[in-house]
Structures are given as C-alpha cells and as structure tokens.
Design a protein around this ligand. Structure first.
Ligand SMILES: [Zn+2]
Length: 380
C-alpha cells in the first residue's frame, strides 16, 4: 500500500485526524525507540482494517518540535515527514493539540490519540466525557488496532494544573517535567525605567519572567532581570457554583478573608450574579479563610454549617468557629452547589521537592486535630 494515498490535509476528504507526535512517540505501540514512524504506518493499516475501507484517509497533524529534535526520529524518518509536509499531505504546526480539537469540532473528524487534552477542556466543554469523537490505538497480535475511547472528566484542580504547565512551558519555566521553582519563587526587577511588568510599582503582583539563554528575562524588554528577593507565597481560591467556576480571589500570606453573601468590607462577597442567592443556604458571613504562607485554614461562622470534601470523596462537617487545615485537593462546601476550591494554578502553591508527591494523601498530621468530637479522625 502507498502511504501517500492515505494522507490528506483536506478535512472534507479525511476520515480521521491523527495526533502524529503522540502516536510515533508511544512505546506501547511497539518497537523500542523513543519515536518510530512505523507506529504511524501501523496505525494507518489498523484504520483501514477497522473501517474495512481501503481508501481510508487520515489528516495527520504534528508539532514542529518533533521535526526539530534530532534525538527522536532518524534523518530518514524526518526526511519522509518533511516530504509529506511539502506535498501538503500532512500539517506541521507549532501546537498540534489545538488544531486536532478544531478538526474534531468543526470538521467532525474522529481523532486518534492517547492524549486527554486537559488544557482544552475549559474552552471546549464538549470534550470532557465525550465518547464518540476519539479513538485510541492498541497493539494486538495482528498489529496496531483502534478502539473507541472516552475523554475522562477531570477535577477542576487538575485542569488548572495542566493550563499552568502549558503557560510555564511557553515561558521556558518548565524543565525536566517540573516548574523552575528557583525562578518562580523570586521577585524580579527590570533595568528599564518604568517597566510596566517588572518596574518599581510592580513589586507586588508580578507576571511570569521569561527564561531564555540561561537567564530570567523581561518579556517586554528582553534584558536580564535582577533577583530582588523571595516572592510572597500567595494562594488562589476558586468559587464554584452549580459546577462552574464563577470567580477567583487571591490570599496573601497572613491574610484572612471572610466569605459569604455579605461578609463585610474586607470580605469576599458571593453574589446573585454568581448564582448565590439568599435561598442558596449561604450565610451572610459564612466562613473565613486564612493563608499562613504554607497552610490554608478555614473556619465556619455560618448558620447551616460548612463541610469539606476530601479527595477520596469523604465529606467532613466542620465544627463552628474553629480553624481547620485544608489540604490541596479538598473542596470546601458552603452549601449544596456552592464550593470553594484551592486552585491548582498558583505558581508557588506546589509540592516542594522535599514533600511527598501527593500532599492530599500525605498524612494525618497535616489535618488540624479537632478537640472533642473529632469528626476528622476517620480521615487520617
Ligand atoms: Zn522590562
């Protein structure tokens, strides 16, 4: 079979879209090289068998990075892909994921991949739970086959984490699978007077620096930045109402914020615009959150109580007027359908290398011991 006969970049003629980088780099499809073009060819054969259609056509999309890197595909394989690109048989772009989802969304193509595209779920709400638009390959006795797959529904914090990772990668702040904490945890100054990003009056809420050519640089001016000390460890809280995140607010180290329908001047008000009505069960001053710089504490002040949902689904009812330590993946339930979540997207609220990888499951010591009827004891 001539591979070229199965390739097209005409979405109207294609039957499937293929995440080429994802496929050629998937070791579970056979071979022992980190990337292998034969996995793509095997998949095309598998699709022909799956559809029982010898004229099956695929729209292959790949990132430029696959062709730029010399440690993955052989020169012959890269040459072959370049040839297909020049002939208009495959599409090579900077960010294949976005293109693939577009082809699935507007072109109606089914996408063959292993990826869950978590960082695109927020912009494309049809993705989570979708079970008719994606196929995954597998290695069977007769070669590579395909089967339908479902895109999982992921908790909010995991989406934020993926988005953050994408952002960090773009700025060169992600290395060897982890954020460059040594850069993210610092405050920076730009030499250019009045710099809008890293100038005198931006000592408080700074954007991300950009890491290029061995130095943290000003994204606006390109020059190296000067390290002027540690960045305050802030934490971001998301307000979720009826399943959708409606608002976010940030706590500085040492700050306490009251949350409710009418929590007072320095509080954070949950409004009817966000879907929090007087009938919602949220008190005027419902709970307060305190960020110590390393721990988030929640105290219930409400009439009907505040609960915490643990990562494993267990729900704890907080005792009134006593501080309770929130773990990273806990969800604070003010009333049914009104929840506060710790954002995964807070560049400093991350597992430090010295801590266990899963702080949510770390140990009972991270939970404040409640005197008296210690409802939390079972969670430890
Ligand atoms: Zn600057």
């Amino acid at each position: 079979m001539r591979w070229e006969d199965h390739l097209t970049t005409n979405a109207m003629r294609a039957d499937f879209a293929i995440d080429v980088s994802n496929i050629v780099r998937s070791a579970q499809l056979g071979g022992d090289r980190p990337a292998d073009l034969r996995r793509l060819l095997g998949l095309i054969k598998g699709l022909v068998a799956y559809t029982r259609d010898r004229s099956t056509k695929v729209y292959g999309v790949l990132d430029w990075s696959l062709l730029r890197r010399r440690d993955l595909l052989s020169p012959d394989e890269r040459g072959r892909l370049h040839g297909w690109r020049r002939a208009g048989l495959i599409e090579v772009i900077e960010w294949a994921d976005g293109r693939l989802i577009e082809l699935a969304e507007s072109g109606g193509l089914r996408v063959v991949c292993f990826d869950n595209y978590l960082d695109l779920h927020r912009d494309h709400p049809w993705l989570p739970g979708n079970e008719d638009r994606f196929l995954e390959p597998f290695l069977g006795p007769g070669g590579i086959g395909v089967r339908p797959r479902e895109i999982p529904i992921r908790p909010e914090w995991q989406l934020s984490g993926k988005e953050e990772e994408r952002l960090l990668k773009k700025e060169g702040l992600h290395k060897d699978g982890r954020p460059r904490r040594e850069l993210l945890e610092r405050l920076w100054a730009c030499d250019v007077p009045g710099c809008p990003l890293f100038g005198e009056d931006r000592r408080d809420h700074q954007p991300l620096p950009r890491y290029r050519s061995g130095a943290a640089r000003c994204p606006a001016h390109g020059g190296p930045l000067t390290d002027i000390g540690p960045r305050p460890r802030r934490v971001q809280i998301k307000v979720r109402v009826g399943g959708d995140v409606q608002a976010r607010f940030v706590l500085d180290p040492g700050q306490t914020i009251h949350v409710g329908r009418s929590p007072g001047r320095d509080g954070y008000a949950l409004t009817a615009d966000m879907g929090v009505t007087p009938e919602s069960g949220v008190s005027r001053d419902h709970a307060s959150l305190r960020w110590t710089g390393s721990q988030l504490l929640v105290t219930d002040h409400s009439r009907f109580g505040t609960r915490v949902r643990r990562k494993d689904g267990q729900v704890l009812t907080l005792p009134g007027e006593r501080a309770f330590t929130v773990r990273k993946r806990d969800e604070i339930i003010l009333a049914d359908g009104v929840e506060l979540l710790l954002s995964g997207r807070e560049f400093v609220f991350r597992e430090s290398p010295s801590q266990p990888a899963e702080p949510g499951t770390a140990d009972a010591a991270s939970v404040t011991r409640l005197p008296g009827g210690d409802r939390d004891a079972a969670a430890g």
